[in-house]
Ligand binder design. Structure first.
Ligand code: PLP
Length: 384
């Protein structure tokens, strides 16, 4: 089977030709001075994308590796943690925290809503023993955004170290670890940066390193060890093991592109693609999945499916008949998602997504106003 003509998924998403070319660069020895130079350049570019003065750690695996490594580094058995759950990834982090032996307090909201910072403040006031807070910025499976800009300073005032999943927001929407006082932020390259899905980038604050230093359970000499990267690479200039050479080249290329474009321009581009997609979906007569537009993430549009249809059915039809790959809700609800991240947050991609979804639903017997949807999406894209 050939790959989809349009990968409008919620990540991994399409890579630019420059990034694809970089992924095909020669594989070199990891202590070749040329590779060390490329690695350091890549770290610097990732630092600029994160807009942080803190440490940058690249871990050689998909973003889930970074999310697990961050938690294992800070969490001791018996440690009181607050987990914010507004979707599949947030809920999953709570399960991890419990598996690592933490005492978990949880704020849970339905998967089409966002967490209220006032409630975070209340729980932290009531439980001064809490040391760590975990939150997902952009809950990709729900297409929603948590107010991390407000939650960060609340946690910091309570002396709480934050672990933030910004996998699908970095590079595509405002994200400011330093200004928002966030401690460990974990991103992936395969979402808004339109890079390869084999590497995870993390920003780590001094407060996070201080808490890790007090944790005898923090992994060492392990693929999961954040400390190995700190001690051996950041402080010692030796890799704990061979980095994923091709992925590092790919990551450098996609960071270069977004920095040359300008982060603010990239944010605006993602916001516009999201607006085009949302307006298109609504004009077709369909419903957006999140409770309200003010909590929507701009990397993907989650569309509630009409009664009687499943996401598998709809996605298979869109893929087979129209060559377009879209995503399901990964268990968040009966929904499909049109991604607009990186390359696909450009030009006509949102129109393709809207039209393909609309026509597929019509084929499956739903009354949808496809023309109205396409016109509404185009109206947004045609704004000067
Ligand atoms: C993509 C993504 C990850 C990485 O998880 P995968 O299931 O491996 O794709 C983690 N968190 C969020 C919010 C993501 O969007």
């Amino acid at each position: 089977m050939k790959p989809a003509d349009f990968t409008l998924s919620a990540g991994p998403t399409m890579c630019s030709s420059k990034t694809l070319a970089a992924l095909g660069s020669p594989i070199v020895y990891h202590y070749d001075p040329a590779f060390i130079e490329a690695y350091r350049r890549t770290e610097q570019k990732v630092r600029e994308v994160f807009r942080t003065k803190g440490d940058i750690v690249l871990m050689q695996g998909e973003a889930v590796l970074g999310l697990e490594a961050a938690g294992r580094a800070v969490v001791r058995p018996g440690m009181a943690c607050l987990n914010l759950s507004s979707g599949v990834f947030g809920k999953g982090y709570g399960d991890w925290l419990r598996a690592w032996g933490a005492t978990v307090h949880e704020i849970e909201v339905p998967f089409n809503e966002a967490v209220d910072p006032a409630q975070v403040e209340r729980v932290l006031d009531e439980h001064p023993e809490i040391e760590v807070l975990a939150v997902v910025h952009s809950e990709t499976p729900s297409g929603t955004l948590n107010p991390v800009a407000e939650i960060g300073p609340i946690a910091k005032r309570h002396g709480v170290v934050t672990i933030v999943d910004c996998v699908s927001s970095l590079g595509g929407m405002p994200f400011e670890p330093d200004t928002w006082q966030l401690d460990i932020c974990v991103a992936g390259a395969q979402k808004c940066l339109a890079g390869p899905p084999g590497i995870t980038m993390m920003s780590v604050s001094q407060d996070a390193w201080d808490l890790i230093a007090k944790n005898p359970a923090a992994p060492r000499y392990s693929f999961l060890s954040l400390l190995d990267w700190k001690i051996q690479w950041l402080d010692g200039g030796k890799f704990p093991f061979t980095p994923s050479v091709a992925d590092v080249h790919g990551l450098e290329a996609c960071c270069t592109e977004v920095l040359e474009e300008g982060l603010e321009n990239s944010f605006a581009r993602h916001a516009r693609a999201a607006r085009a997609c949302r307006e298109g979906v609504k004009a077709m007569g369909l419903s957006l999945w999140p409770r309200s537009e003010d909590i929507m993430s701009t990397c993907t549009t989650a569309v509630a499916l009409p009664e009687g249809l499943t996401d598998l059915q709809v996605r298979a039809h869109v893929r087979e008949r129209y060559g377009v790959m879209i995503s399901g809700g990964q268990g968040a609800g009966n929904l499909v998602r049109i991604g607009h991240m990186g390359v696909t947050a450009n030009t006509m991609y949102p129109v393709v997504g809207v039209a393909a979804l609309g026509r597929a639903l019509a084929d499956l017997g739903v009354a949808v106003a496809i023309g109205d949807g396409v016109e509404a999406a185009l109206a947004v894209l045609s704004e000067a």
